[in-house]
Design a protein around this ligand. Sequence first.
Ligand SMILES: [Zn+2]
Length: 226
Amino acid sequence: MLRELLQAVIPTTCACCGEVLVAGERQVCISCLSALAATGYSPMDNNLIERRLIGRVPYVAASSLYHFRKGDTTRRLIHAMKYHDGTELCYMMGRQLGLDLAASGRFDDVEILIPVPLHWLRWLERGYNQSEIISQGISDVMHRPVVTNVLVRHRYTRKQSLRGSAERGINVEGAFRVRKPSLIEGKHVLLVDDVLTTGATIAACADALEGVDGLKISVATLAAAD
Ligand SMILES: [Zn+2]
């Protein structure tokens, strides 16, 4: 009720286009939601994401929900998730990703969700890890626990968006470490991130996880650059 009252006084606007939201709309307006271009990758073996990661990440299955292109709605959405206290938006989009993964049937064996971690300095700056909140949204749909104390980011890296793609791999290589590997031994984990570009970040996470006994890895991101 308080939300409705507030909305009447200060109208909330769409995180993507800035238009005033109408009744029934949350965070993003219907027209922006329908403008998000879904990839359809989740049920597909050997989809573009899997081909991008092949030989670098020993995945069971990998997928991204939306295309991420220059100037499009998805790009504005991802920006809003990171820079405008986008926690509710992250959670909502995480649920969308969870519904997509669950419907595909290819991620049914996943037991644990592991968000790509932020360095603690970046966490302090933003106040939350967008990938962790996306994971909580997935968890709400798929009922798998989110584990954040095993994979850690021990090196502070410059913002990926400011760097060329050739540099990204070097930038993030060796940035992650595993603590308490016994918590995930023999498990099938889903690595979760907001955007996949070259796949360097996911590959660096997989490198760090390599020594964990009997671990199986799948990958899901909300969006992927074409
Ligand atoms: Zn909109």
